[in-house]
Design a protein around this ligand. Structure first.
Ligand code: NDP
Ligand code: MG
Length: 359
């Protein structure tokens, strides 16, 4: 059988490295290209270990990456870079590949309708890597009434509300369930990540936002559920290990990845609870802005800027949500194409910096 060729965009990150690990355990795939942004040393080590000749650095823009896509036309591209930049990358990957594995939820948050129309136009498979959406992909049926995606609640889920403003970067990066990149770990503590995931679910499964429920589930083994009209609820259960959804998306419709370690259901009683609006003040606004791509793009841009400012010690943890709420409130715009979104993204970043200066 001819091997399926793979390119990883963001190979030096958390999802990128776990994809490499999965690929090393599967035989039907050939990794032919990788990208990195700033970690050249790691990229060179990966290239040597996996004998990859096509290595692109994205520090100076996306042109070289786009040329790589055109030249290699891989069977599969894994898109796992954070932020707005994942949108143009995803669109180009859809143009040039047969299957796109999407970890970067920001692409759908900002330009979901564009991604969907590109998928239709180029007749490509778009498979979610995000654990909850990969779980939904496995259990969803036509005509679901609603779906559930779960959240750990992030690193500060048990903190007293009045202590949240004192949270340090180290406190916030100490995630109770998952080991991930810095931005998504901060986004888990604010639940901005889960807000993104509500929109991601709407785009992937043609749902309205009020059909996507979120509950806090501390054990992290139920990833998602679907509610069917005859009273049936189907849940997806498994260890929180991103290699499982990555492998499924790579090998779908087969399950070639072998990893028979299942959660111990006797020693893990399951609990589910509501999302507290006071602890996560910018989670619920996602339901108000779900149909407005300008505000969604602003939400992402403001978060990117605010999270960086927090990581660099410029603002407090609790300021992140203040910045997001202000920028979203002030942003309006018409979204017809990628150019419109790029303009709103840039404008929102400038606004976010202004809000930060006035805090
Ligand atoms: P990391 O921060 O660990 O890795 C990011 C990767 O993207 C690195 O390879 C980095 O390169 C590269 N990169 C960073 N900035 C840019 C840029 N401006 N342009 C191009 N490439 C860039 O992130 P994660 O792997 O945690 O997350 C990646 C995406 O996957 C995010 O959208 C996240 O929301 C999503 N995701 C992650 C999950 C996880 O468990 N980690 C789970 C579900 C979704 P370098 O390191 O060389 O600078
Ligand atoms: Mg997720």
């Amino acid at each position: 059988m001819e091997k399926r060729t793979v390119v990883i965009v963001g190979a030096t990150g958390s999802i990128g490295l776990q994809t490499l690990d999965v690929l090393s355990k599967l035989t039907f795939f050939k990794l032919i290209g990788i990208t990195y942004h700033s970690n050249e040393e790691l990229a060179m080590r990966i290239a040597k270990e996996y004998k990859i000749e096509n290595i692109v650095c994205t520090m100076n823009g996306l042109q070289k990456l786009f040329e790589l896509f055109e030249r290699l036309r891989p069977d599969i591209t894994v898109v796992c870079v954070p932020g707005f930049v994942s949108l143009p990358i995803t669109l180009k990957a859809i143009e040039c590949c047969k299957r796109v594995l999407l970890a970067s939820k920001e692409a759908l948050v900002c330009g979901g309708w564009l991604v969907r129309s590109w998928v239709r136009k180029f007749n490509v498979e778009l498979l979610p890597v995000d654990s909850e959406h990969n779980a939904l992909f496995q259990i969803i049926e036509k005509d679901v009434e609603k779906v559930l995606i779960t959240s750990s609640g992030g690193a500060l889920r048990d903190w007293k509300l009045e202590d949240l403003e004192k949270a340090t970067v180290k406190d916030v990066l100490n995630h109770p369930v998952w080991k991930m990149g810095k931005r998504i770990t901060v986004d888990s503590a604010t639940m901005v990540n889960k807000a993104f995931e509500v929109l991601e679910a709407c785009e992937l499964f043609s749902l309205q936002s009020d059909q996507v429920e979120v509950l806090i589930h501390r054990q992290g083994i139920v990833h998602a559920a679907v509610f069917l009209k005859d009273g049936t609820v189907k849940m997806h259960v498994g260890y929180p290990d991103m290699r499982i959804p990555i492998a499924f998306a790579l090998t779908y419709p087969h399950r070639y990845y072998s990893n028979p370690t299942w959660p111990d259901l006797i020693s893990t009683p399951l609990s589910f609870g509501p999302v507290d609006q006071r602890r996560y003040p910018c989670f619920h606004i996602v339901y108000e802005i779900s149909k407005d791509y300008a505000k969604r793009t602003a939400y992402n841009a403001a978060d990117e800027v605010a999270v960086n400012a927090f990581l660099n010690g410029r603002i407090k943890f609790t300021d992140i949500c203040k910045v997001i709420i202000k920028v979203v409130e002030k942003t309006t715009g018409t979204c017809r194409d990628l150019k419109d979104l790029e303009e709103i993204d840039q404008r929102s970043r400038i606004l976010a910096e202004e809000v930060i200066k006035c805090l």
